[in-house]
Write a protein that binds this ligand. Sequence first.
Ligand SMILES: NC(=O)c1ccc[n+]([C@@H]2O[C@H](COP(=O)([O-])OP(=O)(O)OC[C@H]3O[C@@H](n4cnc5c(N)ncnc54)[C@H](OP(=O)(O)O)[C@@H]3O)[C@@H](O)[C@H]2O)c1
Length: 343
Amino acid sequence: MSDKQITTRIVLASRPEGRPKPDNFRLETVRLPEPSKGEVLLDILYLSLDPYMRGRMDDAKSYAKPVAIGAVMEGGTVARVVESADPAFKPGDIVLSHSGWQSRAIAKASEIRKLDAKAYPVSTALGVLGMPGFTAYAGLRNIGKPKPGETVVVAAASGPVGSAVGQIARIMGARAVGIAGGREKCDFVRDELGFDAVIDHRSTNFAEELAAACPRGIDVYFENVGGHVWSAVAPLLNDFARVPVCGLIAHYNATAADLQGPDRLPATMRDILKKSLLLRGFIQREFADQRPDFEREASAWIASGRLKYREDIVDGLENAPAAFIGLLDGKNFGKLVIRVSNT
Ligand SMILES: NC(=O)c1ccc[n+]([C@@H]2O[C@H](COP(=O)([O-])OP(=O)(O)OC[C@H]3O[C@@H](n4cnc5c(N)ncnc54)[C@H](OP(=O)(O)O)[C@@H]3O)[C@@H](O)[C@H]2O)c1
């Protein structure tokens, strides 16, 4: 067996209680088998780190199965074909795969997709042109449905989902108000991405500042975080406001005890009734048939400078656990990607 068969991988060593710790992960080196008919051997170039991975670390019923203890952490990857036992792929092809936190992998040819390495930096297939960008597009197009002149608010606004939400909302003619953590991220969202206004959710006057930035109330709130951001947004929602519920990162590290608190459901339900609000959760793959539309439109928007993006690239697979823990604390600045191999 050649060295090409050796992979370094990060497995789930134990399930976290609350915030993940480095010892919830374990680095291993193992030998892979030769690819069988219909399979390819991949060298992983980039690994996407995404908030949903926190949910996969818990043994709880959700929309996807948890990662088993001892199994490779899951994740989207961009990879190069090293060996192919399938006629559709040849060595050197760059592909999108879901190979997880490892340096090499065997993948089924039916589950990978060729990327055009000349069109855009291939890492964008994990961000602005990939799952997070599509999440923004699908949530706005199908649920938020902003009309020209309406106010759209989104938090985690410097990240891959939020940054695309605000920019696409503006392309649709709406006014985009971003929420981000800290001065540097806020400056980027306003000055580089072109949002109409941005508020720092760490400010002591956050709720008042958000109200001032939304003088005509909020028509679409693209919910990425929950927590104190939702508390500040809820009173500002207009009649018939739409709330695509995309993510609740403020609660991903919550334990069962943390989720016990004053029961705010009656007040929320009263608002939903009185203001005819639409709150609609979604997982992007529900709208998978719109992916070709998204790829066509988003590529054109990037080419014309209307859709900008920022990547936060960290070198080395061994740094993935720390980078992921930081993502849940807002330490990333842009789409968090691990550069697994430079070659
Ligand atoms: N439904 C779906 O299909 C789908 C698909 C993809 C992503 N998502 C969700 O979309 C959201 C954004 O994902 P992303 O990949 O674009 O992440 P991201 O923006 O790269 O990273 C998450 C950001 O959330 C912010 N954050 C963390 N804790 C917070 C808190 N307590 N209050 C306010 N903000 C907080 C931080 O930014 P600041 O420093 O600016 O606060 C952090 O950088 C996540 O909730 C994710 O789970 C859902």
